[in-house]
Design a protein around this ligand. Structure first.
Ligand code: SF4
Length: 214
């Protein structure tokens, strides 16, 4: 990424952060994933608990190995290999009582609205209520000009790519495009648009000046 792209990322991010603040959320900017990682690790409460939200961004950043190695920190990880489906669901429920949830957002608008789409709904539920603090790490590739384009990004890109990642039996896994299916494995069941937070600064968005996740 050249200096002009970096300048665009930081300038646009500062505008989004100003909007997040108007919406009683917090925001910060990290020029790259390494800086974002430092910011996030400093937010993990000593001796506290952390819910792992479904997020490729946090996996790409190598955050979970670091958090799981922190002494006294409990991680609620519903994605642990080998878990039975009912065990994974039980951990998602337990995670609603966590001190902090760490995830990403499928999209963010220029005016600071967070747009997400879930299959089961546990991720958007925890973003809305449960964990005392919600930290969302969002690459600047997920910025959309407005609500309509944010929803289009999620439906036409993020959801099909996730269906491919999980090799789901859905039309988008085969064709790359949404067919508004009714497949049992449909991952587009629960929309969430976060417009603000009644609890000031409960949600903190870290915008990162590089591509992360999808
Ligand atoms: S509705 Fe179905 S086809 Fe469309 S993105 Fe979601 S899972 Fe894929």
């Amino acid at each position: 990424m050249d200096a002009h792209q970096q300048k665009w990322n930081e300038t646009v991010a500062q505008g989004i952060i100003a909007w997040l603040e108007k919406r009683r959320m917090a925001g910060s900017y990290a020029a790259d994933a390494a800086q974002a990682k430092e910011q996030i690790l400093a937010m993990i409460p000593a001796g506290g608990s952390v819910l792992r939200g479904g997020s490729c961004s946090t996996v790409e950043m190598g955050l979970w190995e670091k958090i799981e190695a922190m002494e006294g920190v409990t991680v609620f990880n519903p994605y642990k290999p080998g878990l039975a489906p009912e065990e994974s669901i039980a951990i998602r429920r337990q995670g609603l009582t966590a001190d902090l949830m760490l995830a990403s957002s499928n999209a963010i608008t220029l005016d600071g609205r967070l747009v997400n789409l879930d299959g089961m709904g546990n991720r958007v539920a925890a973003m809305a209520f449960g964990p005392k603090k919600v930290v969302l790490v969002v690459g600047m590739n997920k910025v959309a000009p407005d609500l309509e384009s944010a929803k289009a990004r999620v439906k036409n890109y993020a959801a099909p790519v996730n269906a491919m990642r999980l090799n789901l039996d859905t039309p988008c896994n085969k064709n790359g495009l949404c067919a508004d299916c009714r497949a049992p494995k449909r991952i587009c069941n629960f929309w969430s648009i976060i417009e603000g937070s009644m609890v000031p600064n409960r949600i903190h968005v870290i915008l990162v000046g590089e591509d992360l996740g999808y």
